[in-house]
Write a protein that binds this ligand. Structure first.
Ligand code: ZN
Length: 473
C-alpha cells in the first residue's frame, strides 16, 4: 500500500493513505496508514495562512480540551471525537480518532455508512432501518443524558459547538451511545467567530431571522452557547418523541420555499405543542411531551414556549442533564409485550398508564421519596424513585452531595426485589442502612417497604432518609 507523509504542527510526521474516504462541506478525509485515525484536510487551501483558524485549532486542542482533563478526560473521549493533532503539510488539516465500529451500519445497503442521527429521528428513514439498528426507547433516553452531559462539558470549558445537529451527532441506539463530531469548528466565544450558521431544523430562530442582515450589523445573531441550547432541546425532543418540535401543519404566507422555511423555523417559529396557540398542532399527536413528566415538561416549555424567541429563558445543558436524570428515576417497565416503548415515565400516581400503548400495570408499586437534611431536623424532599423488581440503588440516591455524572461510582449499593408478596430493599454495600424501627441493616439483610414507613439510607453526613408510598394499581 502506498502511503504519503503528512507533517504535524508539533514537528512529528504521520503516514496516511492518499485515497479519499469521505468528504464534507469543508473537509476531505483520509485514513492514516494504520486506520486508527483520520486526517481531515480543509478544502480551502488558503486556510493554512489563516492565522485565526490556526489559533482556534490550537485553543481547541489545548486549553479548551476536555479530553485532556486528568480526572474525566477518558470519559469524555467516548462522548467527543476530539481532534488530536494539527496537520500543516501538505496542507492544513486535523487528525481525529476513527469513529468506533458501533457507529457504522453493518447490514444491507447501509453497511459502512456512519450512523448520523438523521437516520433515527426522521420517522420515514427510521422505518427503513433493520429492527436491530433502530434501538429501544430506553436507549434514546440514555443518548439524551450523554448528549446533554457532553454539551454541558463543552459549555463549561467555555466553548460552543455552533452546529449541533442530527448530522454532527452519531448515535448507536442499539447500545445507547453517542459521540459529538466536527469539533474543529467549535466557537470560542468572543475569540473566534463561527464558520457556519448551523443545519436546517437546528438553527436557532434568532439566527435564522437575522440571517439577511449584513455581517457587521450588531442585530445579526451568530451561533453561540445559547443557540446550542436550542439545538440540544430540539434533539432531545426528537430522540424521545420521534418528531420535530417546530414542524407542524401551519403554512405562513411566503413568496418562496426558502422564505417559508425562514419563517417556520425563524421569526414565526411556533412549538407544535404550544399550550395556547394550537395553529401548528399536528392531528396525530400520539404522545404529548407532558407524558415525560414534570421535570422534562418544564424544560420543554422553557425551550419551545418561553425561550423559543427569548434566549435567556432557554435551559442550560446542565439543567437538561439534571432533569433527564431525575426523570430516569421515574422510569417504569411496561409489561405489554406489544408496547413500542417497553418503558414509560411514572409521574402521575393518580393515573398510572403507559402513554405509548395505553396499558395499565397491576399490583403494588413502591414510590420512594428521598429527603436530605438542609438544617438540623429539617428534611427537604429532593428526589423521587419509582421502584420495580431488580432496580438498583446507587450512591447518588443515598447521599445528597453526589451526582450521577462522569465521576460517579456506579457500584450498586442495594437493590429492590418483590419477594413472596413483599417489597424489599436488600442491602449490598451500605454501611449504615437503618430500619424504620432504628435497627442496623447490614449487607445481605433487607428492609421491608411498607406504605408510610421512613428510614435512613445512611447515618453518614449527607445521608438521605426515604419515605415510602405504596401505590396500589
Ligand atoms: Zn406500554
Amino acid at each position: 500500500m502506498n502511503t504519503v507523509t503528512a507533517t504535524l504542527a508539533d514537528g512529528n510526521t504521520i503516514e496516511y493513505i492518499p485515497e479519499l474516504i469521505g468528504e464534507g462541506g469543508m473537509k476531505q478525509v483520509y485514513f492514516t496508514a494504520d486506520k486508527s485515525a483520520v486526517l481531515c484536510f480543509y478544502k480551502d487551501h488558503s486556510a493554512g495562512s489563516d492565522l485565526n483558524r490556526m489559533a482556534r485549532l490550537e485553543a481547541i486542542l489545548g486549553r479548551f480540551n476536555p479530553t485532556l482533563d486528568p480526572k474525566t478526560g477518558e470519559y469524555f473521549k467516548k462522548l467527543f471525537c476530539w481532534p488530536t493533532g494539527i496537520v500543516i503539510q501538505p496542507h492544513l488539516g486535523i487528525i481525529a480518532p476513527t469513529y468506533p465500529e458501533n457507529y457504522f451500519f453493518t447490514t444491507g445497503s447501509w453497511a459502512g455508512k456512519e450512523k448520523e442521527s438523521t437516520w433515527f429521528v426522521r420517522p420515514k428513514l427510521r422505518q427503513l432501518l433493520p429492527t436491530e439498528e433502530a434501538g429501544t426507547w430506553l436507549n434514546y433516553f440514555k443518548i439524551c443524558i450523554l448528549l446533554a452531559r457532553a454539551v454541558r462539558r463543552m459549555h463549561q470549558a467555555g466553548l460552543a459547538h455552533s452546529d449541533l445537529s442530527n448530522k454532527n451527532i452519531l448515535i448507536d441506539p442499539s447500545s445507547g451511545q453517542c459521540v459529538v463530531i466536527d469539533i474543529d469548528s467549535l466557537v470560542v466565544p468572543d475569540l473566534f467567530p463561527p464558520d457556519v450558521l448551523g443545519t436546517r431544523g437546528y438553527i436557532a430562530p434568532e439566527v435564522l431571522s437575522t440571517i439577511h442582515l449584513p455581517l457587521n450589523d450588531s442585530k445579526r445573531k451568530s451561533p453561540s452557547a445559547n443557540t446550542d441550547q436550542h439545538a440540544l432541546a430540539v434533539l432531545i425532543y426528537q430522540y424521545l418523541l420521534g418528531r420535530h418540535p417546530l414542524e407542524g401543519p401551519k403554512i405562513h404566507p411566503a413568496s418562496s420555499a426558502e422564505e417559508q422555511e425562514r419563517l417556520e423555523m425563524g421569526s414565526k417559529a411556533l412549538f407544535i405543542e404550544n399550550p395556547t396557540d394550537h395553529s401548528n398542532r399536528p392531528q396525530n399527536l400520539h404522545v404529548p411531551y407532558t407524558a415525560l413528566g414534570s421535570h422534562l415538561s418544564k424544560l420543554f416549555e422553557r425551550s419551545f414556549v418561553k425561550g423559543l424567541h427569548l434566549v435567556q429563558e432557554r435551559p442550560a445543558a446542565i439543567e437538561w442533564e439534571r432533569g433527564l436524570l431525575k426523570t430516569w428515576d421515574l422510569l417504569f417497565p411496561c409489561r405489554n409485550s406489544y408496547c413500542p416503548s417497553k418503558w414509560f415515565i411514572l409521574h402521575d400516581t393518580t393515573n398510572v398508564r403507559c402513554p405509548f400503548c395505553g396499558s395499565k400495570p397491576k399490583g403494588s408499586i413502591p414510590i420512594l421519596r428521598l429527603r436530605s437534611q438542609r438544617r438540623p431536623g429539617q428534611w427537604l424532599l429532593d428526589g423521587q424513585l419509582v421502584v420495580y423488581h431488580n432496580l438498583s440503588l446507587f450512591k447518588w440516591h443515598v447521599f445528597d452531595h453526589l451526582r450521577p455524572g462522569e465521576e460517579a461510582d456506579r457500584t450498586p449499593q442495594a437493590y429492590f426485589a418483590f419477594h413472596q408478596g413483599q417489597w424489599l430493599l436488600i442491602n449490598q454495600n451500605l454501611s449504615s442502612l437503618t430500619s424504620p424501627k432504628g435497627n442496623a441493616v447490614p449487607p445481605k439483610s433487607a428492609v421491608q417497604l411498607e406504605d408510610g414507613v421512613q428510614f435512613r439510607l445512611s447515618q453518614e453526613p449527607h445521608g438521605r432518609i426515604v419515605e415510602v408510598q405504596m401505590l396500589h394499581v
